[in-house]
Design a protein around this ligand. Structure first.
Ligand SMILES: *Cc1c(COP(=O)(O)O)cnc(C)c1O
Length: 232
C-alpha cells in the first residue's frame, strides 16, 4: 500500500464521517448542499459515493469541468457571484443559482432559452461586512413590488425565483449571526405570499453557522469545509 493510497483512504473516511454527522443533525426538510469548490474530482467522488447529489461551486470554469466529469444526476448549485458574461454558460448547467445579486445578472440569466425555467435565489446582503454581495432589503422590496409575481418578474418566463439566499457576518458572536438570519427569514415570510408557491427556499448557513441557520428557519445549507476539510 502506498502512502498516497492510505492518505486518500483516510480522507475518504473523514468525509464519510463528516457527512454522517451532519445528516444526523439536519432535519428532513433541509437540503444539504456540499460545497465542493476547489476540491478535486476524487474528493467529490467520495461524497457522491455517500449519496450526496447536491454540490455547490463558485467558479464557472470549475463548474463546467466538474459537470462534465460527473453523472447527470448531480444537482449543481452555482453559489458564487456571477459576471453577466458567464450567465450563458452557467444557466444550462445549474440546478439552482443562489447568487443573483443584481438586476443585471438576473436579466442576463433570464435570457437563456431552456425548455425548463432556470431556478434562482435572490441574494440579500445581511452581513455587517461590506465585502459580501447581495441586494439590500429595501432594494429587493422595491424590485419585487414593481414586478409582482416571481414567475413573471420583468416579464420573463425563462426564470423562476425560488427564494432567498444570505451569508451572515463572519464572527464568533452567535447572537449577531442569529439576528441576521432571523432578519432574512422575516423578509422571506413577508415576500412569500406575493411570490407564489414556487417561492419555498431559504438558503442560509455554512460550516460555521448552519445549526444557527436551521434554528432560524433555513431550508438549505451550503457546507464546505465541515465536510471536506480545509480548501486547497
Ligand atoms: C465557500 C462558500 C460556502 C461554504 O463555506 P464553508 O465555510 O467552507 O462551509 C457556502 N456558501 C458560499 C456562498 C460560499 O462561497
Amino acid at each position: 500500500m502506498s502512502l498516497d493510497y492510505i492518505l486518500t483512504k483516510m480522507n475518504n473516511n473523514t468525509i464519510q464521517t463528516n457527512i454522517d454527522a451532519i445528516r444526523d443533525a439536519v432535519p428532513e426538510h433541509v437540503t444539504l448542499v456540499a460545497v465542493s469548490k476547489t476540491q478535486p474530482l476524487d474528493v467529490i467522488a467520495s461524497a457522491y459515493a455517500e449519496g450526496i447529489r447536491d454540490f455547490g461551486e463558485n467558479r464557472v470554469a470549475e463548474l463546467v469541468e466538474k459537470a462534465d466529469a460527473f453523472p447527470d444526476d448531480i444537482r449543481w448549485h452555482a453559489i458564487g457571484h456571477l459576471q453577466t458574461n458567464k450567465a450563458k454558460v452557467v444557466a444550462p448547467l445549474s440546478h439552482l443559482v443562489h447568487a443573483v445579486d443584481s438586476t443585471r445578472i438576473y436579466e442576463a440569466l433570464a435570457q437563456h432559452k431552456n425548455p425548463k425555467p432556470l431556478d434562482v435565489l435572490l441574494q440579500v446582503h445581511i452581513a455587517e461586512e461590506s465585502s459580501k454581495f447581495g441586494f439590500l432589503e429595501d432594494e429587493l422590496r422595491a424590485l419585487l413590488a414593481l414586478s409582482g409575481d416571481g414567475n413573471e418578474t420583468f416579464g420573463n418566463t425563462s426564470i423562476r425565483i425560488k427564494g432567498l439566499m444570505g451569508m451572515a457576518t463572519y464572527t464568533k458572536d452567535t447572537a449577531q449571526i442569529a439576528k441576521e438570519f432571523k432578519g432574512l427569514r422575516s423578509l422571506f415570510e413577508e415576500l412569500a405570499p406575493s411570490m407564489g408557491a414556487d417561492f419555498d427556499t431559504l438558503s442560509m448557513g455554512m460550516s460555521g453557522d448552519w445549526n444557527i441557520a436551521i434554528d432560524e428557519g433555513s431550508t438549505m445549507i451550503r457546507v464546505g469545509s465541515a465536510i471536506f476539510g480545509a480548501r486547497h
